[in-house]
Structures are given as structure tokens and as C-alpha cells.
Design a protein around this ligand. Structure first.
Ligand code: URA
Length: 230
């Protein structure tokens, strides 16, 4: 929300008074004097008027989890363990997933209580690379490299996938870099070549790499640098 609107919503403060408070330098956001009424304040911002605390600001939380196979990317599920079951955190139900992985996919999963951040991290055409290691049932047709680089037509969504980078590591093993996140995208891309994905592991999203020290099921807080990368 805009800071001028935040102030004007306070009891006993109208829009003109809000402007005056800002102009007189009496409003602080996250410890800094803020005079620009158009600047944004969120639920995580600490807002003060002189020495009076108007909003304490909720603690923003950002976690990376090494998702194991067999755990659902959801916060609730009638049958399977969910990724939230793996967290030993207070108020973990306030967290949501920034992107999902299939039940039988492992690797990097991000969780946060910051909706704006997760929208940036998961925008389907956000152009942030997502890197996967793929194992396939059959040998990978080298033609995949060029076809994936050109883009594949997905009839259901009526779109052509963005150019993707496929690096062959072994006859049935590859690294695939996508610049978007469509439903079951990796499996559908290999499915186009009648090749089944039998192992899928996400190693990075944007510049955030899955921490190699995390065993499947373990998690850690993101660093300030990792948070700022989205
Ligand atoms: N593509 C898939 O097919 N599955 C995932 O879990 C992620 C990307």
C-alpha cells in the first residue's frame, strides 16, 4: 500500500494531514525518514510517527528446502506428507510455496510469507533460469537440443515454450535450463519425444542454488543476497 494512504487510513488523520506529516519529516519507514507518500509500505514495514510505533512490521521469512521425492508441494494433503510437515518452525502455516515440484521430483523449493516476493520468483515468464537434472527411461534423442532451443508447442495452453538449454551429460542424463515454469513442463517436453522422465531434480532458481549441505528433507534460511535476487 502507498505510504500516504496508509497514513490517511489512521484514525484522526485525513489525506491533507498525512501529506503534512510526510512533508515535515515526522514519518519513518524501517528506521529512515520517508517524505515520499507514493513509496510502498507492506505488512513487513516498520512505520513510526515521531516516537510512536504505528506498525511493528511482521518478520518476513524466506526458506530453501531440499524437497525429497514422495513429499507433496502443498501445505495440506489428505494422503501424503507435505513439505510443511518437514519444517520445525513456529507459525509455519503462514508460509506458502514459491513454486512447486511434482511428487516424484526432488530439489530446490522456496517457502516464504512474502507474497510479492513469491510472485516475482514464480512469474511464469519471469525469465529467471530454473535448472533441472533429468534422468530418462530411454536414450535422449540429440534432436531434443535443437527442438527445446526453438521451443515446443503446448496445445493445452496454446503457447510455444521459451527457448530452453539442454546439455547432454550421458545417454539418459541431461541438464535442462528453463526460463519459465509451465505445468509438468520438463516431463511434457521429453514426452514429446516419447521419452519418460524417471528422475527429476531442481538445482537452482534464478541465482539461488540448492545448498549442497542440505540433505533431502532439510532446509535453511535464505541469505540477504539470495532474498534480494528476486
Ligand atoms: N517440470 C516437471 O515436469 N515437473 C516438475 O516437478 C518441475 C518441472
Amino acid at each position: 500500500m502507498r505510504l500516504d494512504r496508509f497514513l490517511a487510513n489512521l484514525p484522526h488523520c485525513n489525506r491533507q494531514e498525512a501529506r503534512q506529516l510526510l512533508a515535515s519529516g515526522r514519518v519513518q519507514v524501517d528506521g529512515q525518514t520517508q517524505r515520499d507518500g507514493l513509496s510502498e509500505v507492506s505488512q513487513f514495514s516498520r512505520v513510526q510517527l515521531d516516537d510512536e510505533l504505528l506498525q511493528a512490521g511482521k518478520a518476513a521469512r524466506y526458506l530453501m528446502l531440499h524437497k525429497p521425492v514422495g513429499v507433496v508441494s502443498a501445505t495440506e494433503h489428505p494422503e501424503h506428507r507435505t513439505v510443511l510437515d518437514l519444517l520445525d518452525e513456529p507459525d509455519k502455516h503462514q508460509l506458502h510455496l514459491a513454486g512447486r515440484l511434482d511428487l516424484n521430483t526432488s530439489g530446490l523449493l522456496l517457502l516464504t510469507n512474502d507474497g510479492q516476493w513469491s510472485r516475482r520468483a514464480t512469474a511464469p515468464t519471469g525469465q529467471q533460469p530454473k535448472v533441472y537434472l533429468v534422468h530418462t527411461q530411454d536414450e535422449i534423442d540429440p534432436a531434443c537440443v535443437e527442438v527445446f532451443a526453438r521451443g515446443l508447442y503446448f496445445q493445452y495452453e496454446n503457447l510455444t515454450t521459451r527457448p530452453a538449454i539442454l546439455e547432454l551429460l550421458a545417454p539418459r542424463h541431461a541438464r535442462l535450463t528453463l526460463f519459465e515454469g509451465r505445468y509438468h513442463q520438463v516431463k511434457r517436453m521429453f514426452g514429446h519425444f516419447q521419452n519418460k522422465v524417471i528422475g527429476l531434480h531442481r538445482v537452482s532458481m534464478g541465482t539461488i542454488q540448492l545448498d549442497e549441505r542440505l540433505c533431502p528433507g532439510q532446509y535453511r534460511e535464505l541469505s540477504a543476497l539470495e532474498i534480494a535476487s528476486f
